[in-house]
Design a binder for this molecule. Structure first.
Ligand SMILES: Cc1cc2nc3c(=O)[nH]c(=O)nc-3n(C[C@H](O)[C@H](O)[C@H](O)COP(=O)(O)OP(=O)(O)OC[C@H]3O[C@@H](n4cnc5c(N)ncnc54)[C@H](O)[C@@H]3O)c2cc1C
Length: 412
């Protein structure tokens, strides 16, 4: 069996940055396994700019950001094996993978980092009514067809979901000559970053229908019409509010799900809200020596945060391999009130950070951090929105004094 100090699954921003951090912290034999022909991950299909301002202090396209990471890795002895699909991982860290070049391989790793990204929710997952003609696909699939394969997937388009991929594809399709007649969003607010709303919809006069959903799709071979209806506070369609659009294409941008089937099969405990593994401040999962980062841990808004999380996981894997252990004490972190989720869910006393998102847009919020009903810190935030991930700095001495779970509550 092949033996490696560290195996990293996935060569997107998270996998590449974790490999670099592990190398910089003294790990020698690092192997990155990637199922695609090229390293870079989802960045390779994001040809718009807006990447890299925090990490590389310049505005880059997705492929330029990916290439920068690959160049940094290529200056080290880190090995990247592309066109290699990881099939399974066992609790004792045996990685089974397959490639046409090497066939079936078994690799015994001393530590593993999962950086497998996320997948898009599909039509089936949201039970979209109507017939099933051609011309309905996820926004990320359309992005790949258009930006990598060079196929314009439609001429008259309606987009369901106002997450960032939907917004970016509204602009991209318009720039390529298609007409985007509407973006519809079930919630009364957009799930995309404010800058994307401005630059992708407002600047192109593309209408955004908040509190709307698709109630019918008509078409035989190809989509011909889509019916949008307004929804009430319970997100149920309101009869009599139907609007009919003549379109040939529907793009779905209705959520991303961390890709964790291998990790789940290995026995790691997943969080019901994030759908990623439960981790401590080192990004270590419930399986000793197995770490997770990037979109496979939780869906991020900016690649720079993915990169930074990859660095934390890579450094933690190096510490683990060098037997640098955290304190024995472990504290649970509990999200309350308006919090959608908080990460990590477990902490050893250390100077660290918590990352969180709220469930809905809030103004003039108070964030209370407490332990055993004793408030440790109170923070104020003028505004919070679900699309932006926020962070809280945690001090080791707060946790040293804490003898129960750390509760974080956001109150509007
Ligand atoms: C459409 C879109 C637009 C975006 N726009 C911006 C933007 O403007 N600015 C910004 O900062 N960020 C943006 N982002 C976010 C950012 O690009 C991503 O969050 C980040 O690149 C994700 O990195 P990752 O490494 O976690 O995942 P990925 O890049 O998805 O990498 C995961 C890798 O794991 C591999 N993999 C998965 N399973 C296996 C397996 N079993 N075996 C082997 N390999 C496997 C995959 O092939 C993939 O290469 C955008 C994201 C998307 C999707």
């Amino acid at each position: 069996m092949i033996k490696k100090d560290l195996v990293i699954i996935g060569a997107g921003a998270a996998g590449l940055s974790s490999a670099l951090a592990a190398y910089q912290n003294g790990v020698e034999e690092i192997l990155i396994l990637e199922k695609e022909e090229d390293a870079g991950g989802i960045l390779n299909q994001c040809i718009h700019t807006g990447f890299g301002l925090h990490t590389f202090h310049q505005e880059m396209s997705g492929p330029a950001y990916a290439q920068k990471c690959i160049d940094l890795v290529e200056q080290t002895p880190i090995e990247i094996q592309t066109s290699t699909m990881v099939l399974s991982v066992s609790q004792d860290r045996v990685v089974t993978c397959s490639s046409s070049k090497y066939g079936l391989q078994k690799i015994q790793a001393k530590a593993i980092v999962f950086a497998t990204g996320c997948r898009e929710r599909s039509r089936g997952a949201i039970q979209l009514p109507g017939t099933r003609p051609a011309g309905i696909m996820s926004a990320g699939t359309a992005q790949r067809y258009l930006n990598i394969d060079g196929w314009l997937v439609g001429k008259k388009v309606l987009i369901l979901g106002s997450g960032d991929i939907g917004l970016i594809m509204a602009r991209r399709m318009t720039l390529e000559g298609a007409e985007v007649v509407a973006v519809a969003e079930l919630m009364p607010y957009s799930n995309g970053l404010p800058r994307n709303l401005k630059q992708c919809l407002d600047d192109f006069n593309i209408p955004l229908y908040l509190s709307h959903t698709i109630t019918d799709i008509k078409g035989h071979h190809r989509v011909e019409q889509v019916v949008l209806s307004q929804v009430d506070e319970k997100l149920q369609p309101i009869a009599g509010t139907e609007k009919v659009f003549d379109v040939d294409t529907v793009l779905l941008s209705v959520g991303l799900i961390p890709e964790n089937s291998l990790l789940e099969d290995a026995g790691a405990v997943l969080h019901p809200r994030t759908k990623g593994p439960i981790v401590d401040e080192r990004c270590m999962t419930s399986i000793e020596g197995i770490f997770a980062c990037g979109n496979s841990l939780h869906v991020h808004d900016l690649v720079d945060f993915v990169y930074a999380e990859g660095q934390r996981a890579g450094k933690a894997a190096a510490d683990y391999l060098h037997q640098i252990q955290p304190a024995d004490k472990m504290i649970d972190v509990i999200a309350k009130g308006e919090l959608s989720y908080i990460l990590p869910q477990k902490l050893h006393p250390s100077d660290t950070k918590l990352f969180y998102r709220v469930k809905s847009p809030l103004k003039n919020c108070t964030i209370e951090i407490s332990c055993n009903n004793q408030i440790i810190r109170t923070l104020k935030k003028p505004a919070l929105i679900p699309s932006i991930m926020e962070e809280i700095t945690i001090k080791k001495q707060w946790l040293d004094e804490c003898d129960g779970p750390l509760v974080v509550e956001v109150k509007a």
